[in-house]
Design a protein around this ligand. Sequence first.
Ligand code: ATP
Length: 225
Amino acid sequence: MVASLLTARGLNKQFRSGNQPVSVFRNLSLQLDRGESLALTGRSGSGKSTLLNILCGLEQPDTGSVQVLDEVFEGNNTDRQTEARWANLRRQQIGVVFQEANLMPALSLLDNVRLRAGLAGQNEDDCRDWLERLRIGELAGRFPDQVSGGQRQRAALAMVFAMNPALILADEPTGSLDRHTAEDVTGQLFDLQSRHGCGLILATHDAELATRCSHHLDLGHLPET
Ligand SMILES: Nc1ncnc2c1ncn2[C@@H]1O[C@H](COP(=O)(O)OP(=O)(O)OP(=O)(O)O)[C@@H](O)[C@H]1O
């Protein structure tokens, strides 16, 4: 049997507020296959970023399981072997575009893109091309702290595009972009997703962006369990 791209089953997550446990979500399950896209919506604080973090191993659920390709992760497990399996997936299969753009501060934008692109068989020209397509080609030699937040976000997208992952997780990918650039970047994101048949999960407050996804999960209105 061919495993789905991503399956999460029965995820539970609580944080503590003072002495009180506060549940972010209970018994949350979802599945995503290649070529599908899922919009996560819901009010601020409803758990979109927490869920994205759990789906790429940057946070652990209290209970529940996450399967990505043929790797299965059960419950709250932070042993070294598990961390290494998640890190390997993030290096090769899961492209992450989060609010704090995940760029290495000591590397230029170009070198950040090259870092991931090599594993996908892309060369320096391909990397420059991705930066051009995201309209930051002239900033290739700058370091992340020498460019704006929106430019960092575009560099993070270039990195993900060059990496050609099986799954892209994006947290408000257009949050710090002007409307024109946001539309351009969104177009490229969906174009890449349909051309390469990768899965895409994006958290967004933008209702129009959410309607472009094939599936929709409103974390503000999960059924009570
Ligand atoms: N490390 C933490 N410790 C305690 N509470 C946390 C922690 N991280 C998140 N939370 C709480 O968990 C809930 C979900 O947060 P999360 O950032 O996932 O929401 P979100 O839907 O992504 O919000 P936004 O739309 O504002 O980005 C919030 O109530 C938040 O305060």
